[in-house]
Design a protein around this ligand. Sequence first.
Ligand code: F6R
Length: 369
Amino acid sequence: EKGGYEYFMLKEIAEQPQAIHDTLLGRLSERGEIILDEVRLTDQDLRDVDKVFIVACGTAYHSGLVAKYAIEHWTRIPCEVELASEFRYRDPVLDRSTLVVAISQSGETMDTLMALRHAKEQKARVLAICNTNGSTIPRESDAVLYTHGGPEIAVASTKAFLTQLVACYLIGLHLAQVRGVMYADEVAAVVSRLMETPDHLRQLLDTMEDVRQLARDLKTASTVLFIGRHVGYPVALEGALKLKELAYMHAEGFAAGELKHGPIALIDEGTPVVCVVPSPAGRGVLRDKVVSNIQEVRARGARTIVIAEEGDEAVRPFADHLIEVPRTPTLLAPLMTTVPLQILACEIAAARGHDVDQPRNLAKSVTVE
Ligand code: F6R
């Protein structure tokens, strides 16, 4: 049932190219336009939206953080992302023209469900992104976009995360299209890059042997830090969450620009720092800023594990360990950069002798608030 893999988690990581492909399938017209037919909101409803709130928990929340960059960039609609457990209890400003996007793999997470019920009471429109057909969250939503990731058995979420990203990209592009903010050919250009990601991800997955070796070296670290900027920041948070939940190690993700405002004090001789570097092609300035952050932590003794785009030679001198990922447009890069971090956490946990698929104290779906 594990298809020759030692853990469900490794199997599910390997299934990610197919999961992305399946989530894109049937959603694109021949002209490269987005068709979201399970979305029971009219184009007029979508044109009326003046604010987007994304609510979710854990890994799904991290997909929402990535989505914010894409949705605001493409649609120019303000978008906020909030932990479902916080959203519900702080009296958020919602009305008919607010679109609340609830993201949940299981569709049963109580915090997310309570947040969506609250949003509905306030007359907001609710769109669910969900991996489980017929579960509670999509049933209670005005519309649903299913991720076609297939069942996820390992407690730690992997393929669901990547398919949630794909669903968010589709929603962002669709909103931009119906509102006339992006031309059809611009949408089609992004879509064609999205369609390349399964192949690129397959290539990346074939180069992960080094990460396994790295995991053995890092298994005794007392803390591992993760830094990133822009969409690399939620990737850093996700890398840290995976390591905490699977390896039971102290791990934290930071916005790289925040380091000097406090966290840099944590860095000691040999502290591993995983650095997610943006593509030099998209936003060169951002890449250069991360490179200086890498130099700063290295000057304080950090051992740097750098995730960067293939051919980005400028980062090489500052990387104690370099993990290269295929070239991908900046906003889509988390579909690549997250994957080595999933494998790293899985392999460190295995090297420490933990049950990768069933980490202690955790359940696959959290049906209590
Ligand atoms: C982490 C993980 C959790 C879930 C969170 C939300 O690997 O799996 O953080 O992402 O509990 O679950 P869903 O998506 O089912 O609402």
